[in-house]
Ligand binder design. Sequence first.
Ligand code: SF4
Ligand code: SF4
Length: 346
Amino acid sequence: MSLDPRTVSFAAGERNVFLHILTACNLSCRHCYINPVQHGTTMLSREQLAAWIRLFADRQRTANIIFLGGEPTMHPDLPYGIEIARSCGYTTTVDSNGYLFHDFLERVNPHHLDYLSFSLDGPDPAINDPIRGQGVFAVCTDNLRRAVARGFNTSLIYTVSSSNIDHLQRMVPLLVELGVNRFFIQVIGLRGKSAPAGGTVEQQLQVAPEQWLTVVPAVARQVAEAGIDVVYPKVYLEEGEIFECAGRVAENFFVFPNGRVYQCPLCEDHPLHSYEIRDDQLIRTGGVNEERLFTLGIPEGCVMNKLLQPDTIAYDSAGRPLHRISCCLLKQRISGGGNGAEHQPR
Ligand code: SF4
Ligand code: SF4
């Protein structure tokens, strides 16, 4: 078994459907990406849920569906949605904050769900709870233990920021103790220079490239050595690596309950979506949308990163970018020997 990270390239012909079935949530995490102005406040009806799952189903290719919110288990029909997804042949994942409403563990057959994913941003309450909320660590880890005991395949998502990167390594024994099958490391944002004094909360939470490169690959290797599959964003392209935009070479659909469908998660805070669902049909949007941006080639790599997070890129004295930023959907994977599917969280 190799512990060298492998870049998970965008699999040609594979489809990933990130289905936000509602935007409501019982938590208010510091880094929440849900934006009610852009994503609405509605919840899919039972009928829409079934129709939209079927809309993206395709038996000619590998298709993964990831149920998201808000908190998806707050939707009373999620178990029904899982059965529809299963009947359509999807590989199915639920990304939960760990509260597991509506007796989720009792109502869903563990063998009918490929992964039940939990989000935790620290190895103990002192680190996790200031980010995700008072008491969240205890509830999330208790429910994760119950899920493992009931036979669910579990994964855990850790969003790295300046407030928890120093504690990432302490996740290794916790993951082992909890019996998690797969570990995803996400990044809240990287900065090319020090976070400005008085900068936005997001800027203050970003981590420096050197810090990311020093900490994350080393911890990922330790997680794999412990027998757990680990996936983390590529973030920086090495010299000679080819830049590819997932919007051009892959099939990713980020679907919101107000009907917006994006191909790039970095575009979600803007009305740049490529498609809309109207009357349960997928319609291409016209005008200026994200697809126009995917075709622009720039030395910095990802166009949307350059447009939306320009302070994440550092330059040398000649004005050349020190690092090219990869597509945010490009991941590194180290196999810990588990059976982790290749599809990714958002
Ligand atoms: S659990 Fe997810 S949706 Fe809910 S507040 Fe936290 S980041 Fe936002
Ligand atoms: S993150 Fe950048 S490279 Fe990836 S799909 Fe969006 S625009 Fe393309």
